[in-house]
Design a protein around this ligand. Structure first.
Ligand SMILES: [Zn+2]
Length: 55
């Protein structure tokens, strides 16, 4: 799974094949997340959504 970050609102999310837009603000300014952003994303998932951990 590819993790991406929106340049507009800094929302980090798993990118789905069907979408190139930020699911939060709808911007097209989406780029691959950095390692640091991916770490933050995983930490957030573990803290708030432990039932849906990503590998
Ligand atoms: Zn956004």
């Amino acid at each position: 799974m590819m993790i991406c970050t929106c340049e507009e609102c800094r929302y980090t999310f798993p990118k789905l094949n069907s979408s190139k837009y930020c699911p939060d603000c709808g911007s097209e300014a989406v780029r691959p997340a950095t390692d640091k952003e991916i770490d933050e994303y995983k930490a957030y998932q573990q803290e708030f959504h432990p039932e849906s951990q990503i590998a």
